[in-house]
Design a protein around this ligand. Structure first.
Ligand SMILES: [Zn+2]
Length: 365
């Protein structure tokens, strides 16, 4: 009717509605009454049936043109509804109006999803026995391929984004890359980063995790050859794109035990509970994606973990390393004090690339 749909609406709300699948979605911003035909939340024949969504726009209260501004209805909570009744499709149901747009926005991850569904397909084809607790395989079918979030704005670390400082990149694999840290603590301070947009380690797809591990072991060998061990840390708090910070510490400075003690001690001083977690445990078993956390890992695989509740000192991982107990470069604790010129950065990256080359598995074959 009287609303120009080209100039109103929000792709974020569309995305939200697409993912949340509300049974009712009310809107009031356009000051008009509109009740859309109900739409499907599943793809026919490809996904199991789900409840439909109803979109209803209402006009302003007591508007002069007498457009409808009240909507009366009764709703039975989903939890107390019979599932057949819940997914019953009305005769006038339409396709999901958001699907195309949302999928278009996600086109970059299509390859990823294909891999994921292929993986499930292969599993059932080979007729592998599921663990006795698992049931009939129904679970794997219902499991949606992992949703791969896209950055909400420009991202400094998505390799494809124009904001990336390409001159700092020192190695590129299939899923991850290595870049020198901006304002690095030491000349060999690097970041392991996923090429695509992932927020944290617990969000990573398995093939990305595998390459992260390859980078860790290559860096371990590289730093060992230079008489150092590395410390790795991740702060999944107020960061958009996963950054695994890897900093070498000369073995003569301190032992792995010393490093762990320094972290635990300095955490205690700031009332941060940093706990040792079993060596080969997967962070995914400890935190759900979306939960903020900080963790530090030794090159032996030993890990210290903190679940962030309210606040967390953003530079903590770095401050401990810079402290007297470890690298003893307290004036470098703040990365803003460690600015290099573009030329210096280019030289540092070139030097790193040359030295790392014999250990760089991405350059083989
Ligand atoms: Zn990103």
């Amino acid at each position: 009717g009287d609303v120009d749909t080209k100039s109103c609406g929000s792709s974020s709300v569309a995305n939200l509605a697409f993912n949340l699948k509300p049974r009712y979605h009310f809107a009031g911003l356009e000051g008009t009454y509109y009740e859309r035909l109900p739409y499907r939340n599943h793809m026919v024949l490809q996904e199991s049936a789900q409840h439909v969504s109803r979109f209803i726009a209402l006009a302003n209260l007591s508007n002069t043109s007498k457009k409808k501004y009240l909507y009366a209805f009764s709703i039975v909570p989903m939890s107390s509804m019979d599932s057949a009744e819940l997914v019953k499709q009305p005769l006038d149901v339409t396709e999901n109006p958001y699907r195309k747009e949302v999928q278009k926005a996600k086109h970059t991850e299509v390859g990823q999803e294909d891999v994921a569904s292929q993986f499930f397909f292969d599993l059932s084809k080979q007729g592998k026995k599921r663990s006795s607790g698992g049931g009939d395989g129904q679970h794997s079918k219902q499991k949606q391929p992992r949703k791969h979030p896209q950055p909400t704005g420009p991202c400094w670390f998505c390799l494809a984004s124009p904001e990336v400082e390409k001159h700092l990149v020192v190695s590129i694999g299939a899923h991850c890359y290595l870049a020198l840290a901006k304002g690095s603590l030491t000349p060999d301070h690097v970041l392991i980063l996923p090429i695509g947009h992932y927020q944290s380690v617990v969000d990573l797809a398995s093939d990305v995790v595998e390459e992260v591990e390859n980078y860790k072991s290559a860096l371990k060998k590289f730093f060992k050859s230079k008489g150092s061990r590395f410390v790795l840390f991740e702060r999944n708090y107020r960061s958009q794109h996963l950054q695994l910070q890897v900093v070498p510490v000369p073995s003569q400075n301190c032992t792995t035990e010393d490093i762990k003690e320094a972290y635990v001690f300095q955490a205690q001083e700031q009332q941060i509970e940093l706990l040792e977690i079993p060596e080969h445990s997967d962070l995914k078993q400890i935190v759900q994606p979306g939960t903020p956390y900080f963790y530090v890992e030794m090159d032996t695989g030993e890990k210290l973990f903190h679940r962030i509740k309210k606040n967390f000192p953003l530079q903590f991982g770095r401050e401990v390393l810079a402290s007297e107990a470890i690298l003893n470069i307290p004036d470098k604790a703040d990365w803003r004090q460690c600015k290099y010129s573009r030329e210096e950065e280019e030289t540092l990256a070139k030097t790193f690339r040359e030295k790392f080359e014999p250990f760089d598995f991405t350059l083989l074959d």
